[in-house]
Design a protein around this ligand. Structure first.
Ligand SMILES: Cc1ncc(C[n+]2csc(CCOP(=O)(O)OP(=O)(O)O)c2C)c(N)n1
Ligand SMILES: [Mg+2]
Length: 737
């Protein structure tokens, strides 16, 4: 087929000049929807700008100057949606929201939105939102956090952000978002089927059904197709029209007046009733899915031509002509002038430098540091807080209790900390780790969520957008996998794609790893956290004992707060209630609770070491460390002098500390309770080979779990490293069998 870019560009002028314009779906006048003539012209200009950005980005791509041409053509009516919202209503946008972004740019003084967007198209370093890292729609000044192009993955955080507005009001929290703001988020019709979209919309409705404020408008931009797959006629409406807790509105997205009218209604319901709205906007997609998409493969030529004749810009031209606001000549002049203007800006931006070193690219993986807002809690207040434990506070405790007390203190020190998860409130979690927190801090700070990990993690991102410091909990490690993209694709990339302007700090508590007695199966004993290990910037902490847990959890919250980091705090379930190390009642795995002190700890993310032996260095963490400590005793009795290193921080590894310990010993045994494949043992092996003095062959060995899932009951121990396995292998390595 002929170059549709060029056809679309020229046809507009031809159709306007010949008054060959599509029928309007309704006979609204600008006055009826509250728009002046000037405002309507302004919206039309926005549409034209968005269109020429699309058209020109394809020209740029052909010249090797633009790298991602997914556009907004057919969706330009979202200019009117933008106008129906305030510029401080945070917007999480679909990738076809060029016109929305431009229109919002006009609502805020001093913006150079076209220039900025073209910088982004050209991947120029000066692109103010991503610094040349991606073509993303976004702007800090416009309250548009940038989105990745993973469809629907931004809906859970939009839901969380909406929830955070009501929460901030209830807690009198001074956040980033005004108390009376609403959240707007948009997505496509095919995306509305995604479990992530379904989950987020369901969560919003679930909250609204219980009268929990949820000021959000879900804008479904329904162009009837997802890449090449048609959405069944009427499906979106049938699917969303009668959902409990959700108001369904619909409009003709090709008609600016109707879109503005209904978008205003949607914004009003969300703002005044604080309840969620599903705004179903019916429109079309022009120019294929993206520049690389050969639309003629799945759409007949006459369909393509008919679609182009239904161009929303032609609808707008008709409205302007019918209402005697502009003449055809004036419309064409606007169209051509804007084309020239965009070309001129594009010619400037392509001269701008791009990122040209790994250092530059990676500079925004971690956001900027901020001042801590932690308060010192008075002794009196602490006594009140721990009143129910006053007879136990000076006794040694196991891991679960010490985590619980640490959380108690942290919540008192940081009034923006909010915990959320399944069964964490009244029940106190499956293992009582969050027990009593809801009694002390109330149900607005310790939230029982619905059963949806995507909503828990995405919800946490949304809370963080509004200045909260969330501590979401995932009940079992295996249950993070259905929602991992919220960490991997969303939370972890936000700073990267926003040049550090947006961040979503949080500490994600996850109960996990194996060795649970009496509670089996691979879901409850999942021994793999490989999914987190390669996420740039992510921190992973894993305490093996209560004393370390206190320190690690405090440091995790500090890193989240001051460095805006995302921390995964992995809690070994099997050690929660463990009290003894070598024999019953020795109490060696219980520890005293130290009240928080303000002083800074020096090397906060370091390994810890037990023993000074030089025959063998055992590197381990979590349950493996506990077993290694048991083995250490037997090894010592056999005359093998070892030291046992607890990694504690699994990402980033304390490389210097590890190399120092390894270098002091003849042999190294890595004890890893996770699978041989994909476990941290692989990284440790590489580290030792790359960075420590060469060791003789065989002097560095791994003892890992088998590449198996964990079965029920005692069968589990066949695939997990045991104390005896450690003793046997270490003895063999040290030739003292
Ligand atoms: C999770 C995920 N799966 C698949 C894709 C690939 N993909 C990108 S856009 C798209 C179609 C989306 O269609 P729709 O939601 O209707 O939006 P439209 O492009 O039509 O505006 C698909 C399948 C993706 N980006 N993310
Ligand atoms: Mg679509």
């Amino acid at each position: 087929m002929s170059d549709r870019n060029q056809c679309l560009k020229e046809n507009f002028i031809h159709f306007v000049n010949s008054y060959d314009l599509p029928e309007l779906s309704c006979q609204l006048t600008p006055e009826q929807v509250g728009l002046t003539a000037a405002e309507l012209v302004d919206l039309f200009e926005t549409q034209v700008m968005s269109r020429h950005l699309d058209l020109h980005s394809r020209v740029m791509q052909k010249q090797g100057q633009s790298f991602y041409t997914i556009g907004s053509s057919g969706h330009e009516g979202n200019a009117a949606t933008a106008k129906a919202f305030r510029s401080d209503d945070m917007a999480f946008l679909h990738y076809r929201s060029g016109a929305f972004t431009i229109q919002r740019g006009k609502q805020v003084d001093g913006q150079t939105t076209l220039y900025d967007m073209l910088l982004s198209f050209a991947a120029a370093k000066d692109d103010p939102i991503s610094g040349g890292r991606h073509k993303v729609l976004g702007s800090k000044a416009l309250a548009i956090p940038p989105q990745t192009s993973t469809i629907a993955s931004h809906l859970p955080k939009a839901m969380g952000a909406a929830f955070s507005i009501g929460l901030a009001n209830r807690l009198e929290h001074q956040g980033e978002m005004p108390n009376d703001s609403v959240i707007v988020c948009s997505f496509g019709d095919a995306s509305s089927n995604h479990s992530t979209a379904q989950g987020a919309i369901n969560s919003a409705a679930w909250a609204a059904y219980q009268s929990i404020p949820m000021p959000i408008v879900f804008v479904c931009e329904d162009n009837g197709i997802g890449i090449s797959t048609s959405t069944p006629t009427g499906w979106v409406e049938a699917n969303y029209k009668d959902r409990a807790g959700l108001t369904y509105l619909t409009c003709d997205g090709l008609n600016l007046l109707d879109t503005y009218r209904v978008s205003q209604q949607a914004a009003k319901i969300a703002r005044e009733k604080q309840s969620p709205v599903f705004l179903h906007v019916k429109l079309i997609r022009l120019l294929g899915h993206a520049g690389s998409d050969a639309e003629f493969v799945y759409r007949k030529p006459d369909q393509i031509v008919a679609n182009e004749h239904n161009d929303p810009l032609l609808h707008s031209a008709r409205i302007l002509l019918e209402n005697n606001i502009l003449t055809a000549e004036q419309i064409v002049a606007i169209y051509q002038n804007i084309a020239g203007r965009i070309e001129a800006i594009a010619n400037e931006v392509v001269k701008k430098p791009r990122l040209n070193s790994a250092e530059e690219v990676m500079a925004s993986i971690v956001a900027h540091s901020v001042e801590s807002k932690a308060v010192v809690v008075s002794e009196q207040k602490r006594q009140d807080l721990f009143k129910h434990e006053k007879h136990n506070l000076d006794k040694k405790q196991h891991l679960a209790k010490l985590i619980n007390w640490t959380l108690m203190d942290l919540m008192a020190q940081h009034d923006n900390v909010v915990m959320l998860g399944e069964d964490i409130a009244r029940k106190g979690g499956v293992y009582n780790v969050t027990t009593k927190l809801v009694e002390k801090f109330g149900k607005n700070r310790v939230l029982n969520t619905l059963l949806d990990e995507q909503s828990i993690l995405g919800g946490a991102i949304g809370l963080a957008h509004n200045g909260f410091l969330p501590i979401p909990e995932i009940q079992f490690l295996a249950y993070v996998h259905n929602a991992e993209d919220q960490i991997r694709g969303e939370a972890a990339t936000l700073s990267f794609f926003s040049k550090g302007q947006y961040s979503n700090p949080m500490v994600i508590r996850i109960a996990g790893l194996a060795y649970q007695k009496g509670f089996g199966g691979h879901f409850h004993n999942d021994n793999s956290f490989a999914v987190f290990r390669d996420i740039p910037g992510l921190i992973i902490a894993c305490p093996s004992n209560g004393e370390d847990a206190v320190e690690l959890l405090r440091t995790s919250v500090k890193l989240a707060e001051e460095q805006q980091r995302i921390v995964v705090f992995l809690e070994p379930i099997a050690l929660y209630m463990t009290k003894d190390l070598h024999q019953e009642n020795d109490g060696l795995w219980t520890f005293p609770y130290q009240a928080p002190v303000k002083e800074k700890v020096e090397n906060e993310m370091s390994v810890s070491v037990t023993g000074t032996g030089t025959d063998l260095c055992i590197l381990s963490y979590g349950n493996g460390y506990y077993l290694s400590r048991q083995a250490e005793k037997e090894l010592t009795e056999k005359g093998i002098n070892c030291r046992v290193v607890d990694l504690r921080w699994l990402a980033p590894l304390d490389e210097t500390g590890i190399v120092e310990q390894v270098s002091a010993c003849d042999k190294v045994l890595i004890v890893d309770e996770c699978r041989q494949t994909g476990s941290i043992s692989e990284a440790l092996m590489s580290l030792i080979i790359e960075k420590s003095d060469a060791k003789a062959p065989g002097s560095v060995q791994r003892l890992c779990a088998q590449d198996s899932f964990i079965p029920l009951g005692s069968a589990a121990y066949h695939v997990l490293p045991s104390k005896d396995d450690i003793v046997n292998l270490a003895s063999k390595m040290c030739e003292k069998v």
